[in-house]
Write a protein that binds this ligand. Structure first.
Ligand code: S3P
Length: 178
């Protein structure tokens, strides 16, 4: 494990659905003994309903408004690990808040890998389509450059296990702050 004494401040994970933001975020929070948050889970806790239900009742726009308010609230905390919803950085205000209030890490994975990890999932409204691979490819085409512009660090999350990815991330983060 890299030297942890260099690691300070918030860690914000961004990337497409299925990149592993939540799994990795929990793991890193445990290693660093810090609070972990997932913006989607916090929205569900507050509203008492699932993400698909919010999309159904309020549309994607309604969800995005809730998401922006949640990102603003969570990024104002100190020394947390946050997994953001995959679309969060697409809104300018979220992009800015994430970038200004912590270290942003883009977990990069390719659409075919993302498909494997999200295949049986019914909790992601954007992927409930006839061809989820095409949808992931389309989102990747639009978002990859936005994730890269928001990120201070880019980590490959294609095939590696969570422990190895965590090690790479902590190493890159420590180096950045050294
Ligand atoms: C979305 C990603 C989801 C969730 C919502 C929309 C997106 O979060 O916020 O379904 O636009 O990519 P995860 O990235 O945690 O799956």
């Amino acid at each position: 494990m890299p030297a942890m004494e260099n690691i300070a401040g918030n860690l914000f994970l961004i990337g497409l659905m299925g990149a592993g933001k939540t799994t990795l975020g929990k793991h890193i929070a445990q290693i660093l003994n810090r609070p972990f948050y997932d913006s989607d889970q916090e929205i569900c806790k507050r509203t008492g309903v699932s993400i698909p239900t919010i999309f159904e009742l309020e549309g994607e726009q309604g969800f995005r408004d809730r998401e922006a308010a949640m990102i603003d609230e969570l990024t104002a905390l100190d020394n947390i690990v946050l997994a953001t919803g995959g679309g969060a950085v697409m809104r300018e205000e979220n992009h800015r808040r994430l970038r200004e209030r912590g270290t942003v890490v883009y977990l990069h994975a390719c659409p075919d890998v993302l498909l494997e990890r999200t295949r049986c999932d019914t909790n992601r409204p954007l992927l409930q389509v006839a061809d989820p691979l095409a949808k992931l490819q389309e989102l990747y085409n639009v978002r990859d450059s936005v994730y890269r512009s928001a990120a201070h660090i880019v980590i490959e999350a294609n095939r590696q296990n969570c422990h190895k990815t965590a090690e790479n991330l902590l190493q890159a983060w420590a180096q950045k702050q050294a």
